[in-house]
Design a protein around this ligand. Structure first.
Ligand code: GAR
Length: 222
């Protein structure tokens, strides 16, 4: 008999394409995690429809109805506890969390961010990477710590920035990679292969890539 699956809660605010990638990955019978609750701070978003279509309990807790972050986070905590959530994935969740909530889930909450952290924390990061003249950007899966977009990094994917990129074209290129690395990182965690040591994360049995990327590409093969 297979071992018990890790019970995951996914926090969303919008379209939920990363949620979809997690749903699709967890649908595999041998996947070691299951999504038991999807929580949105915004009612009516597409992410909630995606959860419902997959038969996953989904709920909106509208942050606009709360006077402060602490009571909003407390209600989220209650819903997560009632669903038996053991681990949280933030998937396009665009709300700051209180230090108390983050501390409670320390080592048990991860986020995906559309830049190569520690560069370009915060918002509008694809356009900011272009404006800064970066030749590469990408995405990062990391543990959540009280400081925004800072925690130990589990996995990153790199994409080139093209000369004619807009924030939207770069975001779309990055999103394709987000959908690869987020489910992969969650699987590793659920398989208990991931270890945090200080600022660094180690993966048992990791395969280190050896290819270097150049942008612009060299004009002839070496
Ligand atoms: C994704 O690009 C995700 O990395 C980003 O929001 C988008 C959500 O898309 N998250 C952040 O910027 C968090 N700092 P999705 O709703 O389609 O998954």
């Amino acid at each position: 008999m297979s071992e018990r699956k890790l019970k995951v809660g996914v926090l969303v605010s919008g379209s939920g394409s990363n949620l979809q990638a997690l749903i699709d990955a967890c649908a595999a019978p041998d996947h070691p995690a299951e999504i038991v609750l999807v929580l949105s701070n915004r009612p009516g978003v597409r992410a909630l429809d995606r959860a419902e279509a997959a038969g996953i309990p989904a709920m909106a807790i509208d942050h606009k109805l709360y006077a402060d972050r602490a009571t909003f986070d407390a209600d989220m905590q209650k819903a997560l506890d009632e669903a038996g959530v053991e681990f949280i994935c933030l998937a396009g969740f665009m709300r700051l969390l209180t230090p108390e909530f983050v501390e409670h889930w320390s080592g048990r909450m991860i986020n995906i961010h559309p830049s190569l952290l520690p560069s370009f924390k915060g918002l509008n990061v694809q356009q900011r990477a272009i404006d800064a003249g970066a030749r590469f950007s990408g995405c990062t899966v990391h543990y959540v710590t009280p400081e925004m977009d800072v925690g130990p990094i589990i996995q990153q994917a790199v994409v080139p920035i093209h000369q004619n990129d807009t924030g939207d074209t770069l975001a779309a290129r990055i999103l394709v990679q987000e959908h690869r690395i987020y489910p992969a990182s969650l699987r590793w965690i659920a398989e208990r292969r991931v270890r945090i040591e200080g600022e660094r994360v180690f993966l048992d049995g990791a395969t280190p890539p050896d290819a270097a990327l150049l942008n612009p590409a060299p004009e002839q093969a070496d």
